[in-house]
Design a protein around this ligand. Structure first.
Ligand SMILES: Nc1ncnc2c1ncn2[C@@H]1O[C@H](COP(=O)(O)OP(=O)(O)O)[C@@H](O)[C@H]1O
Ligand SMILES: [Mg+2]
Length: 330
C-alpha cells in the first residue's frame, strides 16, 4: 500500500479575544491509498478540526503549523486557488446532514451535478455531468433514470437523501474522502445501511477515507485502522482489530467500555478545558493508572505491536515481553 495522506505534527490554535487557544497538539496520522482511517474520541477532542484543516476549511482565526502531505505535496503551503484544484476533485468530503445540506427546492440530481459544473458550463458539459450523476446514483444503489434525478429531497426516504449526500462527495471519484459523523443524523435502522455504503465505496471505487466518528461500532465496521484522539492529541493509533480488541491506552479502554455492547460503563470525569490543561498527560486527572510521571511528564508515543502506537507512560520503559504480559494481565 502506498501513502496518500501524511499529517505530521499538526498544530491548530484559534485566536479568541486576546488569547490563542491551542487545540490540536502535534497531531500525526497517515492514510494509505484505498485505506479507511477512523478517528474516534469524545465530543470536542479535535476530530472535526483535523478534518477541516485537511480541507482548508478552518475559519480565519485559525493558526496552523505542521505539515499535511497529500501525494507528497504539502497542502498547508498551498494558497486557496491552488487547493481548490484538489478540493472537490482528488480530496472531497461528504456533507453532514440532509436537512442542512440539501436544498429542498432543487432536484436532487441537479444538486449533485452542481458539485462539478462551473457557472458557465456548456450544454454538452451539463449532459455529460447528468450521465455521471445517473451512474453514481446507480453505483450507490439509487434508482437510475430521470424520474429519480428529478425528485425533490422531500420526496425521498431518509436513507435515499443520505446516499444523495454521499453522491455529492464522490461524483468526482476522489482519491481521499473526508467523512465527518456520517451516522450522527441517521436513525438506528439506517445506520447499518450507511456504513455498508462506505464499505462499498472503499471496495468498489477504491477510495481512501478519513472517517470521523464518535460511533466506535461504526469505526470498527468500516475502518482498516483507528486513531483515538483525546484533548487535541492522538493517544492511540493502529490496526482496527488491535486498537478495538486490545486497546492499550487507558482512555481507549474507557471509551470501549462505554460502548452499549460492552456494558455502557461510562468513564469518570470530563475532558479538561483547552485553556486549563494538566501539565503532564492530558488524561492523567481521569486515569485510574495515573502516577507521578503521568502528572509531571508529557508521555511519548510508543510502538507496542506492529503499527500500533500509544501515547502512555505506562509503556515508557517496558521491553516487548513486558508490554505483552501487561496486555494479558490488564
Ligand atoms: N473557530 C473556533 N474557535 C475557537 N475554538 C474552536 C473553533 N472551532 C473549534 N473550536 C474548539 O476546538 C475543540 C475541538 O472541536 P472539534 O474538532 O469540533 O471537536 P470534535 O472532536 O467534537 O469534532 C472544541 O473545544 C471547540 O470548541
Ligand atoms: Mg465534530
Amino acid at each position: 500500500m502506498r501513502g496518500l495522506l501524511e499529517i505530521k505534527n499538526l498544530n491548530v490554535s484559534f485566536a479568541v479575544d486576546d488569547n490563542h487557544v491551542h487545540i490540536l497538539n502535534n497531531v500525526s496520522m497517515d492514510i494509505n491509498e484505498n485505506e479507511v482511517l477512523a478517528v474516534i474520541g469524545e465530543t470536542g477532542c479535535g476530530k472535526s478540526v483535523t478534518g477541516s484543516a485537511i480541507l482548508h476549511l478552518l475559519p480565519d482565526n485559525a493558526i496552523v503549523t505542521g505539515n499535511i502531505f497529500f501525494k507528497g505535496q504539502d497542502i498547508t503551503k498551498m494558497n486557496d486557488h491552488e487547493f481548490r484544484q484538489l478540493r472537490g476533485q482528488e480530496i472531497s468530503s461528504v456533507p453532514q446532514s440532509p436537512s442542512t445540506s440539501l436544498n429542498p427546492l432543487m432536484h436532487v440530481g441537479n444538486q449533485v451535478a452542481e458539485c462539478v459544473l462551473e457557472k458557465n458550463s456548456s450544454e454538452a458539459d451539463k449532459k455529460k455531468t447528468a450521465l455521471k450523476v445517473h451512474e453514481i446514483f446507480s453505483r450507490l444503489g439509487l434508482p437510475r433514470g430521470e424520474d429519480f434525478y428529478e425528485n425533490y429531497p422531500c420526496e425521498l426516504s431518509g436513507g435515499m437523501c443520505q446516499r444523495v449526500l454521499i453522491a455529492m462527495g464522490v461524483i468526482t471519484h476522489p482519491e481521499l474522502l473526508i467523512v465527518d459523523e456520517p451516522t450522527k443524523a441517521v436513525d438506528w435502522a439506517l445506520r447499518k445501511d450507511v456504513m455498508d455504503v462506505f464499505c462499498e465505496l472503499k471496495n468498489d471505487m477504491k477510495c481512501a477515507m478519513l472517517f470521523i466518528t464518535h460511533d466506535i461500532a461504526a469505526a470498527k465496521y468500516v475502518a482498516d485502522r483507528v486513531a483515538v484522539m483525546y484533548c487535541g492529541e492522538v493517544v492511540e493509533i493502529g490496526p482496527t482489530d488491535s486498537v478495538i480488541n486490545q486497546p492499550r491506552h487507558p482512555y481507549t479502554k474507557g471509551l470501549i467500555a462505554s460502548m452499549p455492547s460492552k456494558g455502557f460503563n461510562v468513564m469518570n470525569g470530563f475532558m479538561p478545558s483547552f485553556q486549563d490543561l494538566p501539565k503532564g498527560c492530558r488524561f492523567s486527572d481521569r486515569c485510574e493508572c495515573s502516577s507521578d510521571i503521568c502528572v509531571n511528564e508529557e508521555p511519548e508515543s510508543v510502538e507496542i505491536s506492529a503499527g500500533h502506537f500509544t501515547k502512555c507512560s505506562i509503556y515508557k520503559n517496558m521491553n516487548v515481553s513486558e508490554i505483552f504480559s501487561h496486555a494479558i494481565t490488564s
